[in-house]
Write a protein that binds this ligand. Structure first.
Ligand SMILES: [Zn+2]
Length: 250
């Protein structure tokens, strides 16, 4: 039952985050106007606004003008729902579940907006920091010092990288890493390592396909890789730290 409720909640949040991800970089209001077709402007009726299902029933087309509706909307809803369900299945404590789901709901729009617009909005990072501090202090006050230190350290580490290589990342990445630390605590370390490794791999592939000079000019949205690292760390952060300690630290 919890799983079904979480899945529905995740899909509805995914639907809301689609609106956030589309409107936030355009400086449009999140609440008004109501959802409408971007081609003909027809208002999306409530029964056509059911996450994932409506897109499938309409076969990806507007009911009024038949213009195609991007599959990124149902995909965003399905991914958000699946991640929320996975957090509930993987984590046992209430604080762990609340911090995990809130982090998912922050990194999904951060990754989407960084991918489409190459920015990570400040307001999103501010909401993330407030959520992390509020949930952390309310449900797991004993763990708050660790998360505060992790947030400051993660932001400082990426700030050092931005100072050294101004073209690779931006201040949005610094803030996102800090917010991830406020949610993940020490598990932010494997999250950033995974982000750097996966970002470097994709960067190498881009250079191999486009040539080194053109590849260097291609802006990679590092926030997408940070978000990927955050999601892996939600599920495997502490096992990864234990594995690394047992292998390399004696
Ligand atoms: Zn339409």
């Amino acid at each position: 039952m919890e799983i079904a409720i979480t899945g529905v909640f995740g899909a509805m949040m995914g639907s809301f985050l689609n609106v956030v991800s589309f409107r936030l970089p355009r400086h449009e209001s999140i609440v008004r106007p109501a959802s409408h077709c971007t081609s003909c402007g027809a208002r999306v009726r409530p029964y056509d606004n059911i996450p994932v299902l409506s897109w499938l029933l309409l076969r990806g087309h507007c009911r009024s003008c038949a213009a195609p509706i991007s599959p990124r909307y149902p995909i965003g809803e399905a991914i958000t729902a699946a991640l929320c369900v996975a957090v509930v299945l993987a984590r046992s404590s209430v604080s762990g579940i609340a911090l995990g789901i809130a982090l998912v709901l922050i990194v999904v729009p951060a990754a989407t907006i960084d991918f489409t617009d190459l920015i990570i909005p400040n307001v999103l990072m501010a909401i993330g920091a407030v959520l992390a501090l509020a949930i952390g202090t309310a449900l797991d006050p004993a763990g708050e010092p660790e998360r505060l230190i992790a947030g400051v350290a993660a932001a400082a580490a990426l700030l050092a990288v931005v100072m050294a290589y101004p073209r690779g990342m931006g201040m949005g990445d610094v803030k996102l890493a800090g917010v991830m630390g406020l949610f993940l605590g020490i598990a932010v370390i494997p999250a950033i390592v995974i982000a750097v490794v996966s970002g470097s791999l994709v960067g190498a592939v881009v250079m191999a396909r486009k040539g080194v000079s053109a590849g260097r000019k291609t802006a990679l949205p590092f926030g997408v890789f940070l978000a990927f690292g955050a999601v892996v760390a939600i599920f495997a952060g502490h096992p990864l730290i234990n594995w690394y300690s047992s292998q390399f630290l004696h």
